[in-house]
Design a protein around this ligand. Structure first.
Ligand code: CLF
Ligand code: SF4
Length: 515
């Protein structure tokens, strides 16, 4: 959806038209100034935490509609091997495999950051996430952070690591004021870990099997505890690998929460033979969207902040999550640019963003007020076709993905996105694509679109999914809440009978780890 939200230059600020509708993960009366899963809004987020997350697009679901991040690929080496990674490609911890990054020196990276931050003032976070492990390349990583912290003090610094070298480099993380660190933790039991990590390189030698898994586990736990003790916000990424660690991730969730992790991001394994990874070659499948959501729901029930808006972006990603503008900022383009970093202009822009954010939060509160006094246990999912700006503004046939919202008397909560094959193939509908689209959203009661043709509407209805055009070009959350109110009213009047669809069935305990 973010593909068309490209910023067009700092003199052409049009925040109203360009900024997507906010939708904090929880809409239970919060003001959106909350963490990914804060249940009551800013009131339960201490001010110092709010300052850290308010414009970090990964640490706050609501912020990701407004603010962008960028990665610089300065870290080529890695100190471990994961069975889901092929070193020819980006680090699969923080990027989708299959895309090779342009590698930069810290000086090139620094210039690129300043250039991007000048052209895209929403860019508030610099992350180093590969293509190997940032902490296996400490000199390049910290030199880049050092350069940026001097030249662009308003940019937050963020890194993502497998955790092996984390305890030993903690002082430097503190020294450069890096206050967002992601550790990829796929297990807390080395017996399971040995099926994910064939080897690590530690203390001048290579370790394999159970020994390797034990060492990495101990370093990850120690590193997480050290981050927590220093007040550095830690996010945990876990790759969900059906049959290997999927059921075990509940325990991972418990353990990282106990050690003070702020957010847990469970990502689906992306696995395909052409990636040349061990898992790709041995046919290891990734989880379905339904399995992923069920596991995220279970973790969330344990009162952990769960990230659901991750886009598994590349190690050189630029832009809002889900969009990729890295192609606009090649090394050659940057080298030719005369970059002037204007802190004041960025501050002014951010003030405008915040005004828009507040206005939309107020609109959301109004919509929520319409649910006051409603009492019902009914929860349904709806799929939304959008190309940005927080509106239902995409045709069914043009949607390459749907955003999924969970509707209840608590409001509309974003719970993920589902990629689908395009139905419209330039003038005609691809009937072969339709079953896969229906499968992708078959736990939803409705699909809300700007427009849809007769044939797909009929097929969706046959599958029990209501095609809804009534809210074309309206704001997503308000529309979804209005739809839910109508739905509840129809159920209460006996006009329709509520039937739980796939999601509810999964929630009722049907989540089974595929062996
Ligand atoms: Fe980058 Fe990661 Fe920092 Fe974000 S990404 S280093 S925390 S700035 Fe974000 Fe991208 Fe998901 Fe990572 S969407 S892959 S969680
Ligand atoms: Fe690959 Fe990242 Fe694992 Fe290293 S930590 S092997 S780069 S996925």
């Amino acid at each position: 959806m973010q593909g068309e939200t490209a910023y067009i230059g700092i003199k052409e600020i049009k925040p109203l038209a360009r900024i997507a509708e906010p939708n904090g993960c929880r809409t239970t009366g919060g003001d959106g100034k909350s963490g990914c899963d804060s249940k009551s809004g800013s009131a339960d987020v201490p001010e110092h935490i709010w300052d850290k997350i308010k414009n970090h697009p990964c640490y706050s679901e609501e912020a990701h509609h407004h603010y962008a991040r960028m990665h610089v690929a300065v870290a080529p080496a890695c100190n471990i091997q994961c069975n889901y990674c092929n070193r020819k490609y980006d680090c699969a911890n923080e990027s989708r495999p299959g895309v090779v990054s342009e590698r930069l020196t810290p000086e090139q990276a620094s210039k690129k950051v300043l250039a991007v931050a000048s052209a895209i003032p929403q860019m508030t976070v610099l992350g180093i996430a590969g293509p190997g492990d940032p902490l296996a390349n400490p000199e390049k990583t910290f030199r880049t952070f050092e350069l940026i912290s001097k030249k662009a003090p308003d940019i937050k610094l963020c890194l993502s690591t497998n955790g092996l070298a984390l305890p030993g480099l903690m002082d430097r993380i503190v020294q450069y004021n890096i206050d967002h660190v992601t550790i990829t933790i796929n297990m807390v039991d080395p017996e399971i870990g040995q099926h994910i990590y064939p080897w690590i390189f530690w203390n001048h030698r290579r370790w394999a099997g159970l020994d390797a898994a034990k060492i990495i586990h101990e370093h990850q736990m120690e590193g997480l505890e050290m981050l927590t003790a220093r007040g550095i916000l830690a996010k945990i990424n876990s790759v969900m690998i059906p049959g290997i660690n999927d059921a075990h991730l509940i325990e991972v969730n418990r353990e990282v929460k106990k050690r003070g992790a702020f957010l847990h991001n469970i990502m689906p394994l992306i696995s395909s033979p052409e990636h040349g990874t061990v898992f790709g070659l041995n046919g290891q499948r990734g989880p379905t969207a339904h399995e992923l959501k069920a596991l995220q729901d279970q973790c969330e029930e344990g009162a952990m902040n769960v990230m659901r808006h991750c886009r598994q972006c590349r190690a050189d990603a630029v832009g809002l999550l889900g969009e990729d503008r890295s192609g606009e900022f090649s090394t050659d383009t940057i080298e030719a640019m005369d970059v002037k970093y204007d802190l004041d202009a960025r501050r002014v822009y951010h003030e405008l963003v915040e005004e828009q954010r507040d206005a939309r939060l107020a609109a959301r509160q109004d919509a929520l007020a319409g649910l006051d006094g409603e009492a019902s246990d009914i929860r349904i999912l709806v799929a939304v076709a959008t190309k940005g700006e927080g509106r239902i503004n995409e045709h069914f046939g043009h949607a390459g993905e749907f955003q999924i919202y969970e509707l209840s008397t608590a409001g509309a909560k974003f719970v993920g996105h589902r990629r689908v094959d395009l139905y419209c193939q330039g003038g005609y509908g691809d009937e072969d694509a339709l079953p896969s689209v229906v499968r992708a959203i078959n736990d939803c009661h409705a699909v809300m679109v700007a427009k849809i043709g007769g044939c797909p509407s009929d097929e969706l209805r046959d599958a029990g999914i209501d095609p809804v055009e009534d809210y074309a070009h309206e704001l997503i959350e308000q529309s979804a809440i209005a739809y839910f109110k109508e739905y509840l009213a129809a159920v209460k009047s006996g006009q329709i009978e509520h039937q739980a669809r796939g999601d509810a069935a999964i929630r009722q305990g049907a989540y089974i780890a595929a062996a």
